[in-house]
Design a protein around this ligand. Structure first.
Ligand code: HXC
Length: 261
């Protein structure tokens, strides 16, 4: 496993733990961090021993306070477009790696930080977390998918209000509007994320990963195509040892013992 300057990575019993690590800049996403995250995601996507990924930010203040404003300050329109596309491709990769990804949002998740959290499958917020898309206050629009994922997640009207006002909202409000799945006390954030990861890992992993693929594919297409895709992956499950095990365990009134095959 490669070592990185701005991203810490550890594996523990099937959980891949990513910590974005530029605490002096509140973990702001500069090109170097993004390049490293990109490389790490490639490694994780190929690593069958990792079943669930958790992403958090280092320090007690920020998940990610956005893309690095100092780095963007003097770029040209073409450089801006390239930077946006670069980050978008990484977040698309994150959204589509086989394993489920849980964002453990430990503090500020602003701009690119909120966009990063939205590219994860599930978001757990610390009670200290704050969310927002402050870009219009900087004279830009969100560029790492925020104008697209925010309305898909919380609805068009609420998304537009957050985008147009640049308001920062607390964890309670983020929970109320469906931006996060749950809120926990800051000191319980990582243990809660790990408990959730363990619950997911106790299920049949191929089935979990096919659920992810089916939801992602279906959300970006019409219902008929999504339903058709579901039928294909449903059929595919019957080629797995875990389907045999899961159903015979039910019939035999015992707990399944999945082999992830
Ligand atoms: C670069 C950042 C940063 C950022 C914080 N820092 N956010 N550096 N880019 N996005 C740096 C500060 O400059 C400062 O460095 C240090 O981190 C601590 O931040 P402070 O502002 O001193 O902390 P505080 O007063 O507690 O305020 C916290 C904060 C504020 C409210 C989160 O830092 C803030 O508003 N940050 C910017 C948030 C933002 O606008 N994000 C969107 C970016 S645009 P020094 O060296 O002074 O100690 C974006 C676009 C994505 O994300 C798409 C791109 C294509």
């Amino acid at each position: 496993m490669t070592t990185y300057n701005n991203v810490l990575y550890q594996t523990d019993n099937g959980i891949g733990m990513i910590t974005l690590n530029r605490p002096k800049a509140l973990n702001a996403l500069n090109s170097e961090l993004l390049t490293e995250l990109n490389g790490l995601l490639d490694e994780i996507a190929q690593d069958d021993s990792v079943k669930v990924v958790i992403i958090t930010g280092s320090g007690d203040k920020a998940f990610v306070a956005g893309a690095d404003i100092a780095e963007m300050q003097n770029i040209s329109p073409l450089e801006g477009r390239a930077f946006g596309k670069f980050g978008q491709a990484i977040f698309n990769k994150l959204e589509n790696i086989p394993q489920p990804v849980i964002a453990a949002v430990n503090g500020f998740a602003l701009g690119g930080g909120c966009e990063l959290a939205m590219a994860c499958d599930i978001r757990i917020a610390s009670d200290k977390a704050k969310f927002g898309q402050p870009e219009v206050g900087l004279g830009i629009v969100p560029g790492f998918g925020g104008t697209q994922r925010l309305p898909r997640l919380i609805g068009k009207g609420r998304a537009k209000e957050l985008l147009y006002t640049a308001d920062m909202i607390n964890a309670e409000e983020a929970y109320r509007i469906g931006l996060v799945n749950r809120i926990v006390a800051a000191e319980e954030l990582l243990s809660t994320a790990k408990e959730l990861a363990e619950k997911i890992m106790a299920r049949a992993q191929a089935a979990v990963q096919l659920c992810k693929a089916a939801v992602n594919t279906g959300m970006d297409t019409d219902l008929e195509s999504g339903i058709a895709y579901e039928a294909e992956v449903f059929g595919l499950c019957f080629a797995s040892a875990d389907q045999k095990e899961g159903m015979s365990a039910f019939i035999g009134k015992r707990k399944p013992n999945f082999s992830n095959k």
